[in-house]
Design a binder for this molecule. Structure first.
Ligand SMILES: [Zn+2]
Length: 359
């Protein structure tokens, strides 16, 4: 079975998965298909996955990371309640070389793809790559450690194609404080943006870069809302009123996202979907529809999309990998979403929002 709908997705960690393979020419594994993890190009083509944010994540030093599943200990997240300690901060001098390595993997993918993959740096790139049926890539950094003190490396990364920044991946940075993986809990946990974090938001506005609020705590969210002139975006977070996890968005946050004509991508990780917050793969896909329904009710039809977290998190076993998108879109259609709405949720909401920020 092949997917007819085109999917644009808010978050994946395939670059982390490829980086961990620690081998030369790893871009070939992606382009030819290694059938590992959730994503590679042949499977993405079959699933209709036509574009998205490709995250660059820096693992914490003290962790011995062997797989993309390791940074968060999923066993602890099977309890009725939990709070995982956050790893220590990572210095820019450690983060930058790792980020540059991952950018190189992504560049190699683009260069060796025979025109099938395009890193999109502006609205025109995105439009062109969609009409050329290329895989449209938005280069995203999940945790801004590599940008460093005084925002030293922002220009370098921008010039390499970086267009989207999450100030934190949960652990603290020079810019902000993230949410620990805690359930049940409000996301209002810890301090807001630092002064340098506020400068970063202003610079992102100036450069027309996307600011991703997933992983940021609530005070950081509101600080950003106060300063930023850009739509509020959470690339891979769900509704807190269904699943009261720190990683999810409260109704007040959703309201602010709507006001700025922002966007939320629905995350497939069970811990952020389930009402009991458990990270278990035996999770019915109906809960994904519940989050879609709720987010559409709060944000309207134009502000919701996918934020899969493929290759970055455990996903329901029924999905197995990117090909599971076919199952989800079938369920969405059966659930009563018409063609027009499907086109928006699967693709156009993300691409329209990105084009607006880039312009
Ligand atoms: Zn994430």
């Amino acid at each position: 079975m092949k997917q007819d709908l085109k999917i644009f997705d808010g978050h994946n960690d395939v670059l982390f998965r490829l980086y961990l393979k620690n081998k030369k020419n790893v871009h070939e594994d992606f382009l030819l298909g290694d059938n590992e993890g959730h994503l590679d190009l042949p499977r993405m083509n079959k699933a209709g996955f036509s574009g998205g944010f490709f995250a660059i994540y820096v693992p914490s030093q003290e962790e011995k990371i062997e797989s993309a599943d390791k940074p968060i200990r999923y066993d602890d997240m099977k309890n009725d309640s939990y709070e995982l300690p956050l790893p220590d901060s990572v210095d820019a001098s450690v983060a930058l070389p790792i980020v540059l390595k991952k950018i190189q993997i992504l560049k190699n993918i683009e260069i060796e793809s025979n025109g099938h993959v395009k890193i999109c740096e502006n609205a025109n790139d995105l439009e062109q790559s969609i009409s050329n049926k290329q895989l449209s890539v938005i280069m995203h950094i999940e945790g801004a450690e590599a940008i460093g003190n005084n925002l030293d490396n922002l220009d370098t990364l921008y010039n390499l194609g970086l267009r989207s920044i999450g100030p934190v991946w949960s652990r603290p940075t020079l810019f902000a404080h993230g949410v620990p993986f805690k359930f049940p809990s409000t996301p209002d946990i810890g301090e807001g943006l630092t002064n340098l974090g506020k400068d970063l938001i202003k610079e992102c506005n100036r450069l027309k870069m996307i600011i991703d609020l997933s992983h940021l705590n609530e005070r950081g969210f509101w600080d950003t809302a106060k300063i930023s002139e850009s739509p509020l975006i959470a690339t891979h977070s769900n509704a807190h009123s269904i699943c009261p996890h720190t990683r999810n968005l409260t109704d007040n946050q959703l309201h602010a996202i709507k006001e700025t004509e922002g966007m939320v991508g629905v995350n497939f990780a069970p811990a952020f979907l389930r009402t009991d917050g458990k990270m278990i793969s035996d999770t019915n896909l109906d809960i994904i529809l519940r989050h879609f329904d709720y987010l559409i009710e709060k944000l309207g039809e134009d502000r919701v999309g996918f934020g899969s977290d493929f290759d970055g998190a455990l996903i329901p076993s029924e999905l197995s990998d990117v090909l599971g998108l076919i199952k989800i879109t079938d369920l969405m259609k059966k659930h009563g979403y018409n063609d027009d709405l499907m086109q928006k949720l699967c693709h156009d909401n993300w691409t329209n929002t990105i084009k607006r920020i880039f312009s």
